[in-house]
Design a protein around this ligand. Structure first.
Ligand code: SF4
Ligand code: SF4
Length: 272
């Protein structure tokens, strides 16, 4: 599906420079995407760059324009003939395989940005079941990105209060619940907050995938070693069994039973 922009667009222009194909432009009322240029960022990102930065989530997939990954990379190759796309090109169809979303500038007062209430309250959640031998991976549960509440410090009374991320859009007026002083959001903090969170979520997903792959490969190696040890032990036990059988036979057949003729006992000449 090509990406399209819905009528909820607020003309902030954040998406336009992000498009690797220059598919986005400003039309009469809102920004629009040229479907003949959009590759859903296939070839460049494993996410749609415009959707990643849009503060109002109005860059969405067009259900009336379904396209395959092959068609989209074909378009990217046609549009960027100077770019050598390898077989491992980035694609939202194989999300998380390569690069993360671009990093946003770090907040100045990082210590004032605690996890949202939902995340703080949540008990650590097991993200993968224990196999009975391996310890579980326990991580704090993360809410949907839109559910985060961000602390803002009132410039008047210097108190902190929390606001949903969606309130941090340019031009929004917000009120301090302590002193009721209003302030206008001047920077597009919503974009920066979302970019920061997206980087965090993507990084965690990748690190988790890497950790799981490492654990799996180590477990595989241990299982292979155990298998080899087991087969070696079985082979040695089979040999030992054959040996003990032969030994039993040797003992029983060499037994000098009472009544055995002396000649037989001592050999053909009777002197042993
Ligand atoms: S999905 Fe990617 S290629 Fe398509 S318009 Fe958005 S940024 Fe451009
Ligand atoms: S980022 Fe979203 S709201 Fe801003 S111009 Fe692009 S589509 Fe419109």
């Amino acid at each position: 599906m090509a990406t399209m922009i819905t009528s909820e667009c607020i003309n902030c222009g954040a998406c336009e420079p992000e498009c690797p194909n220059n598919a986005i432009s400003q039309a009469d009322e809102i920004y629009v995407i040229d479907p003949l240029l959009c590759t859903e960022c296939v070839g460049f990102h494993d996410y749609e760059a415009c959707a990643a930065v849009c503060p109002v989530d109005c860059c969405v997939t067009d259900p009336n324009n379904v396209e395959s990954e092959a068609a989209l990379i074909g378009r990217a190759r046609a549009l960027h003939q100077d770019v050598a796309f390898s077989d491992g090109f980035e694609s939202r169809f194989r999300k998380g395989a390569d690069k993360a979303a671009p990093a946003a500038p770090a907040p100045k007062n990082a210590e004032a940005w605690p996890a949202p209430a939902e995340a703080r309250a949540a008990a650590p959640a097991a993200v993968e079941p224990s196999n009975g031998h391996e310890p579980e991976i326990l991580l704090p549960e993360l809410p949907d990105m839109k559910a985060w509440k961000i602390p803002l410090r009132c410039y008047k009374c210097d108190q902190l209060y929390e606001l949903p991320m969606s309130h941090f859009r340019i031009g929004n007026v917000v009120w301090c619940p302590h002193c009721h002083k209003s302030t206008v959001i001047k920077d597009d903090l919503n974009f920066r907050l979302r970019a920061e969170l997206k980087e965090f979520y993507d990084r965690r997903e990748k690190d988790l995938a890497r950790l799981r792959a490492k654990r799996e490969s180590e477990l595989k190696a241990v299982r292979a070693r155990h298998e080899a040890e087991l087969r070696g032990f079985e082979a040695r036990e089979r040999q030992a069994l054959e040996k003990v059988k032969a030994r039993l036979s040797e003992i029983s057949q060499g037994y000098d039973a009472p009544g055995t003729p002396a000649a037989k006992r001592n050999g053909p000449f009777g002197w042993g």
